[in-house]
Design a protein around this ligand. Structure first.
Ligand SMILES: Cc1cc2nc3c(=O)[nH]c(=O)nc-3n(C[C@H](O)[C@H](O)[C@H](O)COP(=O)(O)O)c2cc1C
Length: 177
């Protein structure tokens, strides 16, 4: 056994599934999308999800203000969009306009679902935990949707030696594990 830094430890358990979290900006009625790797199933009954969002992110501000979000797991062809949503801030860009992601009205929350995502969950924030540079938001899942025929989720395999992030489905993977 060899001691390593915590970040190196997390890199050892990739690929990591990729999520898109949609929030609403009430100032202009515009939804925003953030790409997240740190999401988990937190309770079965009642159904809950947990997401870790950096305190500097625009999405952090919107989550605190509105207390609701959509948690979507993109399909394996949505890598380009996930990279844009994960490298640009909603403070500067309208991410639905900048990507091919298509909003679909949700039933219980104001932020929209994402058409074609493998799964979409509508969530209300029921708790938060201060986690250093991130906040963990605990969301009660009010509704869940699948997209029939979309089976392959988007995965994060980390960076290539040139530093480019590699997001794809298993069948599309051509690099090194
Ligand atoms: C693959 C990937 C995974 C990411 N995972 C997280 C995460 O778990 N938590 C987080 O706060 N930011 C994460 N980010 C970074 C945010 O997506 C990024 O800072 C984004 O531009 C913030 O957007 P916003 O300012 O519109 O909220 C990730 C980015 C990528 C590309």
């Amino acid at each position: 056994m060899r001691e390593i830094r915590p970040g190196e430890g997390w890199a050892r358990i990739r690929p990591e599934w990729v999520a898109l979290v949609v929030t609403m900006d009430d100032r202009n009625g515009r939804p925003n999308i953030i790409t997240l790797g740190w999401t988990m199933h937190a309770s079965g009954d009642p159904p809950m999800a947990a997401i870790a969002v950096g305190k500097t992110r625009f999405s952090h501000e919107l989550l605190k203000e509105t207390g609701e979000f959509v948690l979507a797991y993109p399909n394996s062809r949505m890598g380009e969009a996930a990279l844009l949503c994960g490298t640009r801030s909603g403070r500067d860009v309208d991410k639905f306009a900048e990507t091919e992601l298509e909003p679909v009205p949700a039933k219980y929350v104001r932020p929209p679902l994402i058409r074609g995502a493998v799964v979409n969950f509508e969530c209300k924030v029921v708790g938060t935990a201060d986690a250093g540079d991130h906040t963990v938001f605990l969301g009660r899942i009010l509704a869940a949707y699948e997209e029939p025929g979309e089976k392959e989720i988007l995965l994060n395999f980390g960076s290539t030696p040139s530093g480019k992030r590699y997001l794809t489905g298993i069948t599309g993977y051509k690099g090194q594990y």
